[in-house]
Design a binder for this molecule. Structure first.
Ligand code: DLL
Length: 427
């Protein structure tokens, strides 16, 4: 599948899209109504080129159909339910049939092998187990690979490190922010990853992270850090993953068909242009998703990768269109702050953006954590550093931000997805 030629892939995707259109029309009233509104019948879909005829589905549609309204099979056929904790209102619920779990394990197994995992690997899963898809998704994939799986779940960092050391973990799966936290703790415990650990690779995802952050993690842990992407609405982790070339994430497009659209108008954009990723599941049974608006911003690249895989690649996710901050009319992504800090390399990579509104004017403050060494330096030196970071940020963000240096360990560490933004304007 991974090296299938383009024509065969297009034919397969077309067939699977036709089946999906039939299934959702027959089984899910929400889709049937939407298609009827457009005067569209499943027979009108004769190949992947017709995908644009189908309507989009959004997170709001999922909320409106809470909890089981989008299931395409009776509950008795559903063997697993996951949910993502909505920041507003109800969680988003997803259901899997037995076959869906098999397909998820397969795409996760692919992802793990992209990163070099094999039957010989010892894979420590430090994504949370539970309603979140990270833990169980990685777990089933790792079992399919035949590796020895350590289901550590997230948290209890000292114990994670103990397991890594004593059990000989070779592959670590967790969020990139947690990987950095683990690395920090390894050194605090007086351990040396080269001597005390057997780590070779890390498979990190579930939140945006920059190239700089990758370098930081690789340099501290002496591993290859691979980016994995996914979302519970589509299946969980394993929708796309980098190979050893670390040059874009291969989308398992035999199961998930990607499009890039203009986030404001929904117009489909050509390959290479940045926009919102829209995904259609073309082989899922329990809860097929047709043209789901992910809100994630990226671009597609259809050229063949040097690894030989023909699967289309998506660029590293730049951020979510709904996580993007609009500060005095200017679009700001937390990842831009991250790359500035890491490129200056004079502070720790821990930061938080705080947005307030004073006298109807947005104010952005960036908290940046100092390392232990810097903390003991003279205050005057630190003032100079604040100005330097402020200047670098102004050049990248196109909006002024006040930088406040804070003491080591004062920004809360995360064991899952990091909290990068506190937006006080919404309260
Ligand atoms: O985060 C599934 C996952 C688990 C992916 C473990 C990778 C590893 P949700 O909780 O539904 O599912 O959140 C999905 O997280 O729409 C993106 O905004 C973000 N996201 C996931 N992976 C990446 C990544 C899981 N590699 C949402 N880079 C998605 C950037 C990511 N953002």
């Amino acid at each position: 599948m991974e090296t299938m030629n383009r024509d065969e892939m297009i034919a397969l995707q077309g067939l699977r899209l036709q089946e999906t259109a039939q299934r959702v029309y027959r089984q899910v009233p929400f889709y049937r109504n939407k298609m009827q509104e457009l005067g569209l019948l499943p027979e009108d879909i004769s190949g992947i080129g017709d995908i644009g005829k189908l309507p989009f589905i959004t997170k709001q549609d999922m909320r409106d159909n809470y909890p089981y309204g989008l299931f395409a099979v009776p509950l008795s056929e559903i063997v697993r339910i996951h949910a993502s904790s909505g920041t507003t209102g109800k969680p988003t619920v997803v259901g899997y049939t037995k076959r869906d779990i098999g397909l998820w394990s397969e795409v996760m197994a692919r992802s793990l092998t992209y990163a070099g995992a094999s039957k010989q690997s010892c894979i420590q899963v430090a994504y949370g187990y539970g309603l979140f898809t990270g833990g169980l998704g990685a777990h089933y994939g790792a079992e399919m690979v035949g590796a020895s799986v350590i289901p550590a779940s997230s948290g209890n960092t000292a114990r994670q490190i103990l397991l890594m050391k004593d059990f000989g973990t070779t592959v670590l799966c967790c969020t990139p922010s947690y990987a950095l936290y683990i690395a920090e703790t390894i050194y605090e415990m007086g351990l040396d990853p080269r001597k005390d650990l057997s780590l070779k690779a890390g498979i990190f995802g579930a939140e945006p992270w920059s190239e700089r952050m990758r370098k930081e993690i690789e340099d501290r842990l002496y591993i290859k850090a691979i980016d994995i992407y996914g979302l519970s609405e589509i299946i969980g982790p394993g929708v796309a993953c980098e190979c050893e070339c670390q040059d874009g994430l291969h989308i398992s497009e035999d199961h998930f068909y990607p499009e890039i659209v203009n986030p404001l108008t929904g117009e489909v954009l050509p390959d290479g242009e940045k926009g919102e990723l829209v995904l259609t599941t073309i082989s899922k049974e329990g809860m097929p998703m047709v043209r789901y608006r992910t809100r994630d911003l990226t671009a597609l690249n259809r050229s063949v990768c040097s690894c030989g895989r023909t699967f289309v690649r998506m660029g590293k996710v730049l951020g979510r269109s709904d996580d993007m901050l609009i500060i005095r009319g200017v679009n700001v992504f937390p990842s831009q702050v991250e790359s500035v800090l890491l490129s200056l390399g004079e502070t720790s990579p821990h930061y938080q953006l705080i947005v307030d509104r004073e006298d109807n004017l947005d104010k952005l403050t960036v908290l940046v954590e100092l390392t232990e060494d810097m903390f003991s330096d003279e205050v005057r030196g630190l003032e100079g550093l604040e100005h330097k970071i402020q200047g670098a940020l102004a050049g990248i963000l196109q909006v002024s931000a006040k930088v406040r240096l804070v003491g080591p360990k004062s920004i809360e560490r995360s064991e899952g997805k990091a909290k990068r933004v506190i937006d006080n304007r919404k309260i």
